[in-house]
Design a protein around this ligand. Structure first.
Ligand code: ADP
Ligand code: MG
Length: 334
């Protein structure tokens, strides 16, 4: 009954009634989806594992719910997709369902998830619920989106000569995390956009859609693991190298408060910023903002040559350094 009551609560809160793309949502053996004519369906899945992606003593339940969805939305944004619906599989320690305190945590988790879902007009069309085999909360979210057939942005289209752009500002998520770790605090959500890049990141869904619609980008990726790692992915997929101008990198105000070396490291390797990194032909006149988000040119792409590093960092004094990927990687022993 407890499992049923929880699912019923989720259905009431997230019912897909009225969603045009979801013909049948929570409550049957399968959901039935109806992607608009002329579109393709894009699918992304993301784990949110307690102890790995969040800490219950550090992240508020609202933040965990928000980030759980934000990660998938950022993947959809990176491909220019329009979010359609989501599926959430949850493994919960027994006390989260059997105790009032636990149920309070779940209610706040869903509040965080629902607030972001509402802003992007998506519902939960299904999922699975199980008792966790350990004392850890495990969540796996599947997000579906649509894009006009053949038009989704990929990592593989950057050409030598293209300019390199980034949305928003970098290093904020790592800076906020280091302050949370230092002070052992779990910040409440502030009201200003971008105030909590670690706990309440804003996936750049509108920017991705604008890039696709206005045919501005040749390639795009979201920065989940740090620009040094994600730019390397884009370069490898596209068969190009990149030059990154250090002085042009937009620093998040929280990163600017760190020492210059720590700020640069947070921006290059910090991860979890969920900004978009994209390529566009040098001839394109890039707007200064897309969907209300600042766009900054931070470098360019060049031909791949055996002697040339994948990413070269152009330092403010004019010297050139090889930038090794040092962003987040699972199984790296950290
Ligand atoms: P089955 O055993 O047939 O898989 P379930 O009892 O697991 O059915 O699920 C019943 C309905 O509730 C399904 O529509 C499923 O998608 C939905 N559901 C279960 N868990 C969740 C969840 N965590 N979030 C959203 N929907 C869920
Ligand atoms: Mg099931």
């Amino acid at each position: 009954m407890r499992e049923l009551a929880l699912i019923e609560q989720i259905r009431r809160d997230f019912g897909s009634a009225g969603s045009r793309a979801v013909a049948l949502g929570i409550g049957d053996d399968c959901a039935i989806l109806r992607p608009p004519a002329g579109t393709e369906v894009l699918v992304t899945t993301d784990f949110t594992l307690e102890g790995r992606h969040f800490r219950r003593d550090l992240h508020s339940p609202e933040s965990v719910g928000h980030r759980c969805l934000a990660r998938g939305l950022s993947d959809l944004a990176a491909m220019g997709a329009t979010p359609m619906t989501a599926f959430l599989s949850l493994a919960l320690p027994a006390d989260l369902v059997t105790t009032a305190k636990g149920r309070g945590w779940i209610a706040r988790f869903f509040r965080g998830l629902r607030s972001l879902a509402g802003r992007h007009d998506i519902t939960l069309a299904g999922g699975d619920t199980a008792q966790s085999p350990a004392d850890a909360i495990l969540a796996d979210i599947v997000l579906l989106g649509t894009a006009p057939r053949g038009r989704a942005l990929r990592r593989s289209g950057a050409k030598p000569g293209d300019a390199l752009y980034v949305t928003g500002a970098l290093g904020g998520a790592a800076a906020e995390l280091s302050s949370m770790l230092a002070h052992n605090v779990n910040p409440a959500k502030g009201s200003k956009a971008g105030e909590h890049p670690q706990t309440f990141p804003e996936p750049r869904v509108g920017v991705g859609q604008a890039l696709l619609r206005r045919k501005l980008a040749t390639a795009c990726i979201d920065i989940s693991d740090g620009i040094s790692t994600d730019l390397a992915h884009l370069c490898r997929s596209s068969g190009v190298t990149a030059e990154l101008e250090q002085a042009a990198i937009p620093l998040h105000p929280l990163a600017s408060k760190l020492s210059p070396a720590a700020a640069l490291s947070a921006a290059l390797h910090g991860g979890e910023d969920y900004e978009l990194l994209f390529a566009a032909p040098a001839s394109v006149r890039m707007p200064r903002q897309l969907s209300g988000v600042p766009i900054t040119r931070i470098g360019q792409f060049r031909h791949r040559q055996a002697t040339r590093p994948l990413i070269t960092l152009l330092e403010p004094d004019g010297s050139r350094a090889t930038l090794e990927p040092q962003g987040w990687e699972h199984f790296s022993g950290r």
